[in-house]
Design a protein around this ligand. Sequence first.
Ligand code: ACO
Length: 306
Amino acid sequence: MGVRFRGWGIALPDRIVTNDELSKTLDTSDEWITERTGIRERRIGGSAMSLGVVAGHQALEDAGFAAADIDFLVVATTTPDRLCPATAPMIAHEMGLDCPAMDVNAACSGFMFAVRTAQGLLETGNRRILVIGSEHLSRWVDWSDRNMAVLLGDGAGAAVLEYDPDGTDVLSFCLGADGSAADLLTCEHGGYFDMNGKEIFRRAVRVVVDSAEQALKGAGITADELSLVVPHQANIRIIQAALQRLGVGMDRAVITLDRYGNTSSSSIPLAYYDARENGRVRPGEYALLTGFGAGMTWASAIVRWS
Ligand code: ACO
C-alpha cells in the first residue's frame, strides 16, 4: 500500500521586497544579507487562508481532481490567521471542499509532518488528501528587527496525495522533535518572531544530516543515488553545510530562498514546484525532502517520483 503525489500548486504574493528596500529602514545591506543567508528578495502579503486557497486550487487542477474528490484537508501553518478557529476549515470552505480539515503546526518542518499525517490518514480509509503549507510570516515580524526581518517571506505550497494499493512515492520518513530547544525560536502571543540564530544554525545542520541519514537507510539507498535534494529554505549556508556532510553536491539541491526567503511550512513545496517547473523531477529518480524548524522539529523523507 502506498501514497502517490498527484498534483502540486503554489501561491506567492505579488509584492517583492528586495534587500535594498529593507536596507532603507534597517541597519543592514544587500551584501550582508546575500553573503550570510543567500536571500536576495522575498514576497510579502496575503494571509494564510488566501495563499492556501490559491495553492490548493492549483494542486487540485494539476491533479485533475474536483473539490468533491478530496476526503481530508491538512494545513501546515505556523502563522494561522487566527488562534481559533484553525485555518484549514476556512480554506476548505473557500475551496468548496466537504471534508474534515485541520491544522498541523510543526514550524518549518510542517509540510513534511502534514504529509506524514496524510500518509497515516490514507492508511485508515481516506483516498485523496490535500496537504497545504501556508504562511503569513510577515505579520509576526518586527520590521525594525534586522535579525528576523531579512529572513522571512510569505507564500504557500500544496500537494494532492492519493492512496495506491500497488506502490508508493514515499519510501521512508524520519521525523523528530526536541522541546528542550523550544526557547531558541519563539513567537509569543501578541509578539514577534525571535530567535537565537547561531544556535538554530548549529542544531539545524546536525538534525538535517542525522534525519537524512536515517531516511536514506530506511529507503535502502545511499546519498550517491539521490538526484535531487529539496531542503527547507532557511539559509544557503545551512544547506551547504548539511549537504557537504552528506557528501551530496550543491548541484543536486533546489534553491528558492534567493527569491522567496524562508517561508517556513511552504518552503519545501515551493522548492519542489520550482524543481518540477525546471524539469528537474524525473520519474524513477530519488529525492530527499528535508526540513527543520522551531520546536525544534525536523523531518526527512525519501521520495521516488512516479
Ligand atoms: N544585517 C547586518 N548585520 C546583521 C544582521 C543584518 N540583517 N543581522 C545580524 N547582524 C549582525 C549581528 O548583530 C552581529 O553583529 P555583532 O557581531 O556586532 O554582534 C553580526 O551581524 C553577526 O551575527 P551572527 O549572528 O554571528 O551572524 P550569522 O552569520 O550567524 O548569521 C543568521 C545570522 C543569518 C540569523 C544565521 O545565524 C542563521 O541563518 N541562523 C538560522 C536561522 C534559521 O534557520 N531560523 C529558523 C527558521 S525561522 C522560522 O522558523 C520562522
